[in-house]
Design a binder for this molecule. Structure first.
Ligand SMILES: [Cu+2]
Length: 286
């Protein structure tokens, strides 16, 4: 334990958190995720060291020596070893499962009284953000073919950096994020929040998060969703409550009031929607 402490004392912050991007305390969940990640690696490296050690030991001790011929002594099985390598992995797998399930249940625990509700729509290839409590919104500019833009990985599309949508969130507030899609499956990923979740047409997914660090964090779509998927970027700006109020008030003053709801979805073939063609066909067949 002491040697472990010494070993860890020599580590940089980046190494201590297993090279995950977020700084400690970025959200109420990041330290939990980092802890699970780092502890898993320590356990797995210990398993690795024991396994590599035993392998090298067996290779060296039981190597064929000069003058030896024929096969070595053949063993059918060794009961203690059989039990050891059945029980230990079982304990490891159950342990990983239990700790993961516990952290996941914590992270997925809905807020009974969120301070803010944000309704996000993913669309090819941008984001609409609805600030539900303030009844204001921002509409992301959809990337499209055109002159090459500043952030392009793709020479034929027109997105420029200033057009990347920004989601503004107040610090230290409980936020419920509703995730929707207007067309195909996307995935809402804020890298430094160490969490992402799919946005599925016709279904609402939820994320519950309390941002705890003021700053700007990069977000992107994490589900291949078509030609300009790589330009489906956004920023999350975590600000003070006062700045948040000023931002949403400014949106209201500029006339961005109301919500961009399902009526802008591109899909019309969801369950319960009848195709206009099917209606005329049934009319003519009468
Ligand atoms: Cu996408």
């Amino acid at each position: 334990m002491v040697s472990m402490g010494l070993l860890l004392a020599g580590c940089s912050q980046q190494q201590l958190q297993g090279f995950l991007p977020a700084e400690p305390g970025t959200t109420n969940n990041t330290d939990k995720v980092t802890g699970l990640w780092v502890t898993s690696w320590i356990v797995l490296l210990a398993v690795g060291v024991i396994t590599w050690g035993l392998t090298i030991w067996a290779v060296v001790v039981f190597r064929r020596r000069r003058g030896q011929t024929g096969l070595p002594v053949q063993l059918r099985y060794n009961m203690p070893i059989e039990i050891f390598y059945t029980v230990v992995p079982l304990i490891l797998v159950l342990g990983f499962f239990a700790f993961t399930a516990k952290d996941q249940a914590d992270i997925e625990q809905p807020y009974s009284a969120p301070d803010e509700v944000i309704s996000v729509y993913g669309k090819q290839w941008a984001w609409d953000f609805n600030y539900v409590n303030q009844n204001v919104y921002t509409a992301g500019v959809q990337d499209q073919p055109g002159e090459p833009g500043a952030v392009d990985t793709d020479a034929n599309s027109a997105l420029v950096e200033s057009q990347i949508p920004t989601l503004v969130l107040p610090v230290d507030k409980k936020i419920t994020i509703e995730l929707h899609s207007r067309d195909v499956i996307h995935s809402f990923w804020v890298i430094d929040f160490l969490y992402k979740k799919d946005m599925i047409p016709g279904k609402t997914n939820y994320m519950y998060v309390t941002p705890e660090r003021i700053g700007t964090f990069a977000g992107k779509c994490a589900e291949l969703c078509g030609e300009y998927h790589s330009d489906m970027l956004f920023n999350v700006k975590v600000v003070s409550q006062a700045d948040y109020e000023a931002y949403t008030k400014d949106l209201a003053d500029k006339g961005f009031t109301g919500q961009l709801g399902d009526d802008y979805n591109r899909n019309t073939n969801l369950p319960g929607t009848v195709s206009p063609l099917a209606e005329t066909e049934s009319e003519t067949s009468k």
